[in-house]
Design a protein around this ligand. Sequence first.
Ligand code: F6R
Length: 260
Amino acid sequence: MKVLILEDAAAAVARAAGLVSATVISRPEIVLGLATGGTMLPLYADLRRRHAEGSLSFAGVTTFNLDEYVGLAPAHPGSYHTYMREALFDHVDIDPARTHLPRGDAADPRAEAQRYEQAITDRGGIDLQLLGIGRNGHIGFNEPTSSLGSRTRIKTLTIETREANRRYFTEGEEVPRYALSMGIGTIMEARACLLLATGSTKAEACARMIEGAIGAACPATALQMHPRVTAVLDREAAAALELKDYYDHVHPEGGDTVFD
Ligand code: F6R
């Protein structure tokens, strides 16, 4: 895993956005896997800015999001369909027909999970998967004890995850209990992954993900088995890493080496 440590959240976001942008520019017809959550909002804002300035086009890009809440229609304000429209899709030149998220309101969520998995395969797989990380080590909505070989399916959210996401729902509204999420096995088939984590609340999860023993108790540890993962962290998210000095030595200020 390539671990890039930047001074603060703004620098980490700019670094991650720069990597995404450079990849899209070099491969305009790329298939991107997208994540949601608070961490990704400034990254999408940076990509929107690059698009507005004329340096980045999404005209040929196809996207597949990691997850969606079961029971929410695309128009629901708390849905990830809405999040993606507001954060990115409505502001760039992407073809809406090439943006994909699981349908949370599907009559048969199990069949929807299989359809989604098949759609990714039919499109030739994901070239670059963006990831955030939950405080409990989840990626996508693969909560602790998720099978490391799992595919897109229904997952029950932890109380902690539902609390963390309560801010996206109106007062008194129930935060969904279930989500459709790509599995760890699905994520591991992406040809490359880029994980962004910022802030002290992610320090413990990042330390486990990067330096801990591989295991379903911290699903993000599966990424240690992936040959092309770049983790972009700010100093706070990197605070609990034992080998911090080594990562700084290999990638000073989060830069690449001559071998990259
Ligand atoms: C959602 C997703 C989640 C989030 C994670 C962190 O699509 O992939 O794994 O990345 O829950 O969320 P924030 O950034 O809100 O802390």
